[in-house]
Ligand binder design. Structure first.
Ligand code: GLN
Length: 533
């Protein structure tokens, strides 16, 4: 029988529910258990795909093409669970499904209500991850307890616990114990209140994970235990682990969280091993070399906007026993001050994916700087478009070449709308999305990185290299590193006379893990280390 863990949050958001859910998943896997992970987001958008990174951070893309919350990225980086469309639901998607069924007459004769129709739909979404190959499903409830929009989700997980039996369900509440500097005290009251609210919703938390700046004394733990009705050993202290996110599971295991969970869920295992993870952490914490990568984007002040990329760079570092210093540059600043001022001295340049015209010219300048100064370059999606435009303008002399995304009337549309996109009007979930196969050309940098001809990578785009320009590009020194299997779409471009220049139409960052760095990121970092010598 599949067991269930529900992770809720209290007091404030951004406490790291996603990282904690991932860490718990990783610990259970270390005991040989097979896990599933999913997230419920209480906002009304059907998915985050139509939101700006300023609102939501990065949009994570799954193999099957869901545009999803970035916590799914943490789930995949920490565990072996493979995310899909059943791993992220929102208030919007739940209502969309219920309303669609209502229109289809599936509830004919009935009044449709939050309880039971919406809560039943939520429970059905939880059950989607239940199967004979999954021992534990971990469901994270986004937002915090007390939010109006969280209520149907809390009600659904309460009902779920009753239905499958309390012994098969665990409620873990992540909370904040603030430190008041003036009083030099840490305070349990906000946690008491948030647990109080959970109990009003009919949920008794089994475990509290307490984010805190200061250690929790026995007194504080006793107080929390008494007022929150949680066993004292189930009160877990979680201090900041920055900059090593991957330390969280070890912090939890030190306090026996894995054993507590197994006991409470009546799960038996033959012990655990964390050897691979601790080895990875050891490499991360004791680098032998250092490199510095410039990331030129337009949401640079916002860590979450490029979360998977920053992580994949770290993984590339782990793969080379190197520390990766990041130089985060707003592309608008390059437009203002020129490339030299911001890029001088960096060992590698990366341009992430993106949408819209703002900042594109600065990114194109950054590509020029990388090409001319022979600095290793990795372009991801829009980063490939910028590389194409730069090469067209400055090497092929195609004046005012551009992507039709930024200039519909460019005389040289070197990047243009995909054929299949031409009749699409709706914006949500309609890009070329998810895993697509690609065949690499042998004798390319990419082929050397992957060590195989056939690869599969995740996509999220509407625009693509315009094949009309293939010949001129090839004659001027571009190598086409990979194509879709029908040879119709260019997936990778490389530069001939350059130490390491790879720009890809896809998003390799979504498939990188700390214990298994993505080959492109690993080799990119390696190339930057060679430049350092
Ligand atoms: N805006 C570009 C497109 O739609 C690139 C997308 C991306 O970088 N993910 O094709």
């Amino acid at each position: 029988m599949t067991k269930h863990i529900f992770v809720t949050g209290g007091v404030v958001s951004s406490l790291g529910k996603g990282l904690n859910a991932s860490s718990i998943g990783m610990l259970l896997e270390s005991h040989g258990l097979r896990i599933g992970l999913q997230k419920f987001d209480p906002y009304v958008n059907v998915d985050p795909g139509t939101m700006s990174p300023f609102e939501h951070g990065e949009i994570y893309v799954t193999e099957d093409g869901a545009e999803a919350d970035l916590d799914l990225g943490h789930y995949e980086r920490f565990t072996n669970a493979v995310m899909n469309k059943d791993c992220n639901f929102t208030t919007g998607s739940i209502y969309y499904s219920v309303i669609t069924k209502e229109r289809q007459g599936k509830y004919l004769g009935k009044t449709i209500q939050v309880i039971p129709h919406i809560t039943n739909e939520i429970k059905d979404c939880i059950k989607k991850l239940v199967n004979p190959d999954t021992d534990v499903v971990i469901s994270e409830i986004g937002g915090i307890v007390g939010d109006i929009e969280s209520q149907p989700f809390l009600e659904a997980i309460r009902q779920f616990g009753r239905e499958v039996g309390r012994e098969n369900v665990l409620y873990i509440h992540l909370t904040l114990i603030p430190y008041l500097r003036a009083a030099d005290e840490i305070k349990t009251k906000p946690t008491q209140h948030s647990v109080g609210m959970l109990r009003q919703a009919g949920i008794e938390p089994d475990i509290l994970i307490c984010r805190t700046e200061k250690s929790l004394s026995t007194d504080i733990k006793e107080k929390l235990s008494l007022f929150c009705n949680v066993d004292i050993e189930s009160i877990i202290e979680e201090k900041d682990v920055k900059p090593y996110l991957y330390e969280i599971p070890l912090l939890l295991v030190e306090q026996g969280l894995d054993k507590i969970i197994l006991k409470k869920l009546h799960l038996k295992t033959n012990g655990n091993t964390l050897a691979k993870w601790t080895k990875m952490l050891d490499t991360l914490k004791n680098p032998q070399k250092v490199t510095e990568i410039a990331i030129v984007g337009k949401y640079i002040g916002l860590q979450s906007a490029y979360e998977s990329i920053y992580e994949a760079l770290t993984h590339g570092g782990i793969g080379n026993s190197a520390e990766v210093k990041e130089r985060r540059i707003e592309s608008g600043d390059i437009e203002k001050d020129g490339a030299e001022k911001h890029l001088k001295g960096c060992k590698g340049i990366l341009i992430p994916g993106g949408f819209g015209e703002r900042g594109v010219e600065g990114k194109i300048e950054a590509v020029r700087y990388a090409r001319e100064n022979k600095i290793p370059y990795l372009g991801l999606c829009l980063g490939m478009h910028c590389a194409t435009i730069e090469f067209a303008r400055n090497v092929c002399n195609l004046k005012d070449a551009n992507s039709t995304e930024f200039n519909a009337n460019t005389p040289h549309p070197v990047i243009c709308l995909l054929e299949e996109q031409k009749n699409i009007v709706n914006k949500g979930g309609t890009m070329r999305l998810g895993a697509q196969p690609c065949r690499l050309k042998t004798n390319t940098i990419s082929y050397k990185c992957y060590g195989q001809e056939l690869i599969s990578e995740r996509h999220r785009h509407r625009y693509e290299f315009n094949n009309k320009y293939k010949d001129i590009f090839a004659s001027k020194g571009i190598v086409f590193g990979g194509f879709t299997l029908d040879n119709e779409l260019v997936e990778i471009i490389e530069l001939k006379d350059h130490p390491w220049f790879v720009a890809v139409q896809f998003h390799p960052e979504f498939k990188s893990k700390p214990t298994n760095p993505h080959p492109l990121f690993k080799e990119f970092i390696r190339a930057t280390l060679n430049v350092c010598k």
